[in-house]
Design a protein around this ligand. Structure first.
Ligand code: FES
Length: 106
């Protein structure tokens, strides 16, 4: 069964903002796009770059290292040099709290 972990409150991450969260085995980023929250792994599938630090344009994030583009909604690759989708994690909102499906539980 999937475990969910509280990672933030909705007041902490306003539209356009993001938060990096370190789990035991993986680092993820929670991003707010116009009031909706998305969670991606903060490791580029091309060469391990800190993809969550990249520029975000709508739902598209650009890895700052070599410019690969990913859709943060489902992790799919939109541009080379990456060819493997990035992991994404389900986000749930309960009251004012934000939970993500725990990467460490998988
Ligand atoms: S490490 Fe991200 S594009 Fe190369």
């Amino acid at each position: 069964m999937t475990e969910y972990v509280k990672v933030a409150s909705i007041d902490e991450i306003r539209p356009g903002q993001r938060k990096i969260i370190d789990f035991e085995d993986v680092t993820v980023a929670l991003l707010n796009v116009e009031g909706d929250y998305y969670c991606i792994e903060d490791v580029c599938t091309h060469d391990g770059g800190p993809v969550a630090e990249g520029e975000l344009d709508g739902f598209v994030i650009e890895c700052p290292r070599h410019g690969a583009l990913f859709d943060i909604r489902d992790g799919r690759v939109l541009s080379m040099p990456a060819v493997v989708p990035m992991p994404t994690y389900e986000v749930r909102i309960e009251d004012k709290d934000i939970f993500v499906a725990s990467p460490d539980a998988w």
